[in-house]
Design a protein around this ligand. Structure first.
Ligand code: SF4
Length: 133
């Protein structure tokens, strides 16, 4: 990700990867209640929310090619940020969207619980500049 000064606010979308719901590092995350909270508390302020079991597989990348857009910043609650950087690269490339701070805010759900992940998503959605602060 690049690091060059403030950027204009963009519309946000939230694209979850649940790691098939079976990753031990995410066992404290209740994906259904998390998705419902995002819908109820943040839904008005986001372009869309979607949930996929494996964004780093072929069908996940196909979805990313269809739903990522240059005019959006996508928030991706998934595995650790560094892993996402590698594993989601092809999906961003297929969408033709740069994997930079203007278009992407990764959120790690590893070792977190539902409340902590929700707080991170809220902060990302509310943040006018994707990397400020
Ligand atoms: S992108 Fe990360 S969270 Fe999603 S399936 Fe792959 S390893 Fe799991």
């Amino acid at each position: 990700m690049s690091d060059t000064g403030p950027l204009p606010a963009k519309a946000k979308a939230v694209l979850f990867c649940t790691c098939s719901g079976s990753c031990p590092s995410m066992e404290k995350v209740d994906f259904w209640s998390l998705a419902e909270r995002v819908r109820l508390e943040l839904g008005e302020g986001i372009e869309y929310m979607a949930l996929h079991p494996r964004l780093c597989e072929e069908d996940g990348e196909r979805l990313m090619a269809r739903v990522l857009r240059p005019d959006l910043t996508v928030v991706t609650p998934a595995c650790a940020e560094k892993r996402q950087e590698k594993l989601l690269r092809d999906g961003f490339a297929r969408a033709g969207v740069p994997m930079d701070r203007e278009h992407w805010i990764p959120i790690s759900m590893a070792q977190e619980d539902t409340d902590a992940v929700f707080a991170k998503i809220r902060a990302a959605v509310d943040r006018p500049d994707p990397v400020a602060g």
